[in-house]
Design a protein around this ligand. Sequence first.
Ligand SMILES: Nc1ncnc2c1ncn2[C@@H]1O[C@H](COP(=O)(O)OP(=O)(O)OP(=O)(O)O)[C@@H](O)[C@H]1O
Ligand SMILES: [Mg+2]
Length: 254
Amino acid sequence: MSIAVDMVTFAAGNSLIVNGVSLTVEKGKVLGLLGPNGSGKSSLLRLICRLRKVKSGVIRLGGSDIASISRSDIARRIALVEQQATTDTQVTVMDVVRLGRTPHRGPLSAWSAHDDAAVSDALARVGMQGRAGQPWQTLSGGERQRVHIARALAQTPSELLLDEPTNHLDIQHQLDILGLVSKLDVTSIVALHDLNLAAMFCDSLAVLQNGEVVAAGPPEEVLTQELIERVFGVRAHVQKSSVHGRCNIQYMAG
Ligand SMILES: Nc1ncnc2c1ncn2[C@@H]1O[C@H](COP(=O)(O)OP(=O)(O)OP(=O)(O)O)[C@@H](O)[C@H]1O
Ligand SMILES: [Mg+2]
């Protein structure tokens, strides 16, 4: 098991934000993290890369408790693309993607051909190879999102955490980015709001509500009409997809 979250709890102030969450992701697979606004998805992703500390429970990466892994080892192996990533505006696309190499380089080590290759490959994978010199502040919202994803790929992580990576992306790039993630030999957790994209690209799903996992398993088992109504308060019609063999959701207004 590459990522294992075992009975994890996280509190802020007096409220439990993540409440007894357990989930696992096998090596190389993609877990989709679903749930309404405020259900705890971003908080859980931050706990998994140790940006926040659990109140109780254990998170394991490749069998090791993250509390026992050094910060530098965590930085080398896990990449997080945050929901609202900020970037210094006085930089180029290349500067941002190069940041992904920082955990792999010592304070005095020279920039290597290997670092260059990782950066070029990451830019190409998100279709931004022609934009390396473009100033960050001139990019569109979707282009910024793709550059942040390239930074994470340049890190060559073994675990990749993506918080709503399809925000701002047009439909083609939504499909491209999730298609790319699903083909990488990297264990990934992707927080998503689009249930159809989650069904298409994720090997398994976990649904959070008020900080608790209320459903988990293969997309076609998790995404039932009953669950969508109970958790998201929306009536929907769920059909088996003739395109990708999983499920296809149509929402009903009112
Ligand atoms: N440090 C904090 N102090 C107080 N409340 C917090 C803190 N961090 C998170 N919360 C609250 O915890 C809840 C879960 O937040 P989180 O960002 O994890 O939700 P989410 O599922 O990612 O939502 P969204 O879909 O809107 O991104 C929210 O109600 C949020 O206001
Ligand atoms: Mg969030």
